[in-house]
Design a protein around this ligand. Sequence first.
Ligand SMILES: Nc1nc2c(ncn2[C@@H]2O[C@H](COP(=O)(O)OP(=O)(O)O)[C@@H](O)[C@H]2O)c(=O)[nH]1
Ligand SMILES: [Mg+2]
Ligand SMILES: [Zn+2]
Length: 301
Amino acid sequence: MEGRVIKSFGNRFIVQTEMGTLDCGLRGRMRLDDSHTGTPVAVGDNVVVALEEAPHGVIESVLPRRNRLSRPDVHNPDCEQILVANCDQLVVVAAVAKPRLKHGAIDRFLLCGEKAGLRCLVVLNKIDLAPADDFEPTRQVYANAGYPVLLTSALEGLGLDGLKSAVQSKTSIFAGHSGVGKSSLLNALQPGLKLRTREVSYATARGTHTTTRIELHPLDFGGFIADTPGLRAIGLWQLAPEELPHLYPEFTSHLGTCRFDNCCHVAEPGCGVKEAVGRGTISPERYEGYLRIRESLQDGD
Ligand SMILES: Nc1nc2c(ncn2[C@@H]2O[C@H](COP(=O)(O)OP(=O)(O)O)[C@@H](O)[C@H]2O)c(=O)[nH]1
Ligand SMILES: [Mg+2]
Ligand SMILES: [Zn+2]
């Protein structure tokens, strides 16, 4: 029987199958397999399970992964820890106010999604807290970059129909800084979910990689959603500065037009990216963000 891993606790996994959810262990040999990732079975994996005495089962094998969001393993930074596999999209959530809107944060989460090869969307939440004129420029920056941008208020129920259709029948991972309203949006999408909102600020737990465990929540109208509590810029580890320009979708059509093949799009003459910024095709905000993130990568961030 096939199923999908929706939650994990150490070496036990909750697998959703056509017969309901099963609490599964691993077939002995699987613990040894695939040890280079440190994650033989990840949340989001499609797996083959053998039913034992219901509701228990055993995971026999993992089907090939389409993609994954990873971070370095806490205990062994050269080792990859898969946070979630087989996602369709990353939903980057920011608040238009409280906390203040920061393009840098949105960009970093988008880069994680792009690096993982995921479709990305931007949600500007808490639109009840600011006049539309305040966030319209931000909406335009990301729309101009090619991202779908949704405007929502989890509190007042605005824009939720659009968000519902965007996540229907897909596996969507919500990312964004603490306090922007991720859990509130998930609760609004799936009544009864009752995720804790306004959880402790993980900003204080920087670098300690505490309780980040992703859980996929099935949606009554089809698909799965997941919150990423306390996840800072997932997946930016091991990003080479040369890779960076390719992760800005609106840069890609200009990358071949630079005078120098090895152009970094910083100070070189004849740079197609800078020319596109000059013409207004690429937003200056995104380009300046690129320069800052490029610099931080070189500083070993
Ligand atoms: N005004 C307003 N407050 C919101 C909205 N969405 C969430 N909040 C509040 O913002 C705080 C943080 O929300 P939470 O969902 O826990 O954010 P998370 O850390 O991203 O999961 C809570 O006090 C929520 O009630 C919204 O659309 N408008
Ligand atoms: Mg939350
Ligand atoms: Zn260039």
